[in-house]
Each structure stands twice: as C-alpha cells, then as structure tokens.
Design a protein around this ligand. Structure first.
Ligand SMILES: *[C@@H]1O[C@H](CO)[C@@H](O)[C@H](O)[C@H]1NC(C)=O
Ligand SMILES: *[C@@H]1O[C@H](CO)[C@@H](O)[C@H](O)[C@H]1NC(C)=O
Length: 277
C-alpha cells in the first residue's frame, strides 16, 4: 500500500515534470526562434558594419586647429596641452549605431590622461561631450574587434596609439619644430614620418586668413590589428580612399599641397587663434 502510494507519487511527479518540460520546451522553442530571428539580423549587421579592414587614427595640432575654425574665438587650448592631440580612431565604414551610450564613469580612470591627450579645443563643447560623440559615431563601430569592445578599452587603445605615434618627437629629432617664420615642405615631413606612420598618412592643411598653408591634422591608416598601414586596395569593393575623400569635403582641411610650403605654427595658449602675434 505504501509502495503503491509512493509509486503513484513518482508517476504523478513524472507526469508533472513531463508536462512542465512540455511547457518549457514550448517556451524554449519560442525563445529560440526569437533568438534566431535576432541572431539573423545581428549577423546581417555584423556583415555590414563589421567588415571594415582599415581604421584612420587622426591626430590634430592644436596650433593649426584653432585657425581652422570659422569663429576662432571659440577655440581654447588647455594649459596642459602642448602637443598633438587625438581627434579620433575611425573604422573606415559607415557608423553602425549610435545607441551604445557612454557615461563619465566608463572612462573615469582615464579622465586625467584623456583631458591631456584628447581635449575638446572648443569652448562650446566639454571634453567628455567630445569623447562621447567619438565613441558613439566611431567607437561603437570599432567595438567589432576584441580589445576595442567597450568605451574603456577603446579609449585605452587610443591613448596607447597616441603614445606610440609621437609625431612631435619624430619631427623634433629631424629638426622640424613649430615656427612662425620657417615654412616646411610636405615631402620633407613625409620622409621623416614614413618610418613611423607608414607611406600613406594624410598630411592635412587649412588655408589661413593670409592665404598661407597651415598644418592642422594627420590621418594615419591602421590595419584592423592596429598595426600602422592598411592596404586599402586589398579591400573588396575598395572605397576606403574615396570615402575619406568624401569625409574631407565636410571638414575644413585638405591635403597640404606638395608644391607649396606650409607652416607648423606654435601653440599659443593665451591667444590660440593668433599663434604668430
Ligand atoms: C564667435 O563666438 C563668440 C563666443 O561664443 C561670440 O560671442 C561671437 O558672437 C561669435 N562671432 C561670430 C561672428 O559668430
Ligand atoms: C596585421 O594585419 C596586416 C594586414 O592584414 C598584416 O599584414 C600583418 O601581418 C598583421 N600584423 C600582425 C602583428 O598581426
């Protein structure tokens, strides 16, 4: 009697489990289908947005940057900033999404260093706003690569690259220093930078009010694995240089002309928009 009773319990428990598992399988099935759906579109996104091969690491020279602004009184160069600063690290593709929010706490531990190496040079924009714009527009697309897949990692890598690509020192070692009087030839600068930045950095100038060429930016192509140089022609469909040409139509800069000397103006903290008095 006791045994039958416990058998009954076992059987009914088994039935209950069976029924439960049917429910679970059904729910699981629905969940899985849902996941497949999402996984499907995520795969599609990954194909579209994660297939980039090259990145552009862009550094700006604060002295020249201030002269690139329409309203030069908007410019400020923090006292601690005395060298090339980061503009951004840009995968060469369209932006995948702007829906990955970033908060000050994400980069809190880097804040001091970022403020020095990646300051906003606009009075109207805080440095954090600049970082967040760069993360949302470019960083979230770079996040396809392990090691770049969070704001903290992305900014850490950018700081590492900045330390490694010390343009000012490379130039200084070759006797090329900021000057109001001494113009330079783009070919000389290219030759000095080639061992460090590869053969194809874009050396960008703006034309100042006196019609002189002023150096303000360098775009350094990197491969997906962050080594300097990227063979854009190996990319299926090409488009890398075309796209960057398109980009430059909205930016004030242009390649420094090879036939005209250009100025590498000093950083003037008090009057950043009048570096040469
Ligand atoms: C330039 O910016 C300053 C500071 O924001 C402003 O006061 C001034 O009106 C601006 N000038 C022009 C021409 O937009
Ligand atoms: C990085 O990628 C480039 C291009 O794909 C390749 O030629 C190079 O060997 C890679 N370097 C390292 C260290 O993996």
């Amino acid at each position: 009697m006791e045994m039958r009773c416990s058998l009954l319990v076992v059987v009914s428990t088994a039935l209950l489990l069976l029924r439960l598992s049917v429910v679970m399988v059904t729910a699981g099935g629905a969940r899985e289908a849902d996941q497949h759906g999402r996984r499907g579109s995520a795969l599609q996104d990954e194909k579209t947005f994660c297939s980039w091969r090259c990145l552009m690491f862009t550094l700006q020279w604060p002295g020249g940057f201030c002269l690139s602004l329409n309203n030069q009184s908007l410019c400020r160069i923090p006292p601690s900033v005395n060298g090339w600063t980061i503009h951004g690290l840009w995968p060469q593709t369209q932006s995948c999404c702007r829906c990955w929010p970033m908060f000050p706490s994400d980069v809190q531990e880097l804040e001091e260093e970022l403020s020095e190496e990646w300051p906003s040079l606009l009075k109207s924009r805080t440095s954090f706003t600049f970082w967040r714009e760069e993360w949302q527009k470019h960083g979230s697309t770079a996040a396809c690569v392990e090691g770049l897949n969070s704001p903290l990692r992305y900014f850490q890598i950018c700081l590492k690259l900045r330390a490694q690509l010390d343009i000012q020192r490379f130039l200084e070692d070759a006797g090329i220093t900021p000057s109001c009087d001494q113009p330079y030839q783009v070919e000389d600068v290219r030759r000095v930078l080639a061992p460090h930045l590869g053969d194809h950095p874009e050396i960008q100038c703006i034309t100042d009010e006196q019609g002189r060429q002023v150096w303000f930016q360098v775009k350094i192509p990197l491969s997906r694995n962050l080594t300097v140089g990227c063979d854009s022609h190996a990319e299926a469909g090409g488009g890398f240089w075309e796209k960057s040409a398109l980009d430059s139509s909205t930016s004030p800069g242009h390649p420094c002309p090879s036939k005209e000397p250009f100025y590498y103006v000093p950083i003037e903290h008090q009057q950043p928009f009048r570096p040469c008095g």
